[in-house]
Design a binder for this molecule. Structure first.
Ligand SMILES: *Cc1c(COP(=O)(O)O)cnc(C)c1O
Length: 389
């Protein structure tokens, strides 16, 4: 279906109907599948014949989601996983071995940092963390052992932008893989594979589902790389459940519409925040004041739905804004139709040292909002109360 437009792929790619001709995608809640005879069983197990075997590595509902996500990202193949973290784990375990080296942006999801430092690190795979926006820093950190570069763009919570095409060239020249966590933009706003990345990672828990219902993850890339990721999943088993795959399939059908609406609302809210006297600074790639606005608008369709801002008066003033909300949910989750607010310095980034936090720009006055689908006027009023304007 790759000749079709994004909107058509989002609702139709990958669907396979059973003998009953169901219009919606079916959920196949079956852990195993039966064979017509011994020869068919043997051919399916060896991979010579296509078809279902066992739900740790084959399930029709999960397959439909994999086909759809591969089509939307413009990749040859997708492997779905139980969560975003297991997508990253599967990629690293499948493609790396002891002695290999990762170069990662410093501004990546906290659990990803922990995974690289404390878990993968135990198996003699070292990671060097570099400034997200400095291409020379990535280049300078490459060694003959480097196997992959891992980034997230825009970053959380400061919305730093990594130049994907520029970094892809550096990766290609060095013969290493570029892996992009595309969680914040989704393929509705940004297509890393088209910009030269080798692998795209998703936490489907966020915008792909979009309604805060299930955990899920995905890895997308070429057949050869995804075959390795699939072999890891088949053996190790961090598999997506068919029910969660079905929920995410339904979420993906409205992905582009939600991303456009939530991005437009985020831009409006960011402009409004920038005009508030109690706000010292707004971090949003869609604003002209963002230091990488031009780059963001080159590689993204819009600024996305995450807005961070710094209130004057430090932690007390920031907590007052959080505690005065009546509509916005106080939670660190994001990617939902319901707007969320979080104080990174005391939650998501609370376990890192105060010096490291300050060095990375996570100040005590910083707040992060993941804009949902409520009325922007209601969101402004909700924030206005705590800003005391
Ligand atoms: C949430 C998140 C993850 C982890 O996904 P889970 O589904 O929670 O395991 C990875 N990367 C980013 C950018 C995220 O926001």
């Amino acid at each position: 279906m790759s000749d079709f437009d994004f909107d058509t792929l989002a609702v139709r790619a990958g669907q396979v109907r059973s003998q009953f001709g169901e219009h919606g995608e079916a959920i196949y809640l079956s852990s195993s599948f039966v064979f017509e005879n011994a020869a068919q069983a043997a051919a399916r197990f060896s991979g010579e014949a296509p078809g279902m075997v066992y739900a740790r590595f084959t399930n029709p509902t999960v397959n439909m989601l994999q086909e759809r996500l591969a089509a939307l990202e413009g990749g040859e193949r997708c492997v779905a996983t139980a969560s975003g973290m297991s997508a990253i784990l599967a990629t690293v375990m499948a493609l790396m071995q002891a002695g290999d080296h990762i170069v990662a942006s410093r501004s990546i999801f906290g659990a990803t940092q922990q995974l690289f430092s404390n878990i993968i690190g135990k198996f003699a795979v070292a990671t060097t963390f570099v400034d997200a926006t400095n291409l020379d820093a990535y280049r300078a950190s490459l060694t003959p052992k480097t196997k992959l570069i891992f980034v997230e763009t825009p970053s959380n919570p400061l919305t730093e932008i990594v130049d994907i095409a520029g970094l892809a060239q550096i990766a290609k020249d060095a013969g290493v893989l570029l892996v992009v966590d595309n969680c914040f933009c989704t393929p509705a706003l940004q297509k890393p594979l088209e910009l030269g990345a080798d692998i795209v990672i998703h936490s489907a828990t966020k915008y792909l589902d979009g309604q805060g219902r299930v955990l899920g993850g995905a890895v997308v890339g070429n057949d050869a790389l995804m075959d390795e990721v699939f072999k890891y999943l088949r053996t190790a088993g961090p598999t997506l459940s068919p029910f969660n795959a079905w929920v995410i399939l339904k979420g993906v059908e409205t992905l582009r519409i939600r991303m456009d609406a939530q991005s437009a609302a985020a831009l409006e809210l960011a402009r409004w925040l920038e005009a508030q006297p109690q706000v010292a600074r707004v971090h949003y790639p869609g604003l002209e004041s963002h230091p990488q606005h031009a780059l963001a608008m080159r590689q993204q369709k819009s600024g996305g739905a995450i807005v961070s801002f710094e209130v004057k008066g430090g932690r007390d003033a920031a907590w007052r804004v959080v505690d005065s909300t009546k509509v916005i949910s106080i939670t660190a989750n994001l990617g939902d139709t319901k707007t969320t607010i979080t104080h990174p310095a005391s939650t998501t980034h609370g376990r890192i040292s105060a010096e490291a936090r300050a060095a990375s720009g996570i100040t005590e006055g910083l707040l992060r909002i993941a804009v949902g689908l409520e009325s922007v006027e209601d969101l402004k009023a909700d924030l206005q109360r705590g800003l005391g304007g």
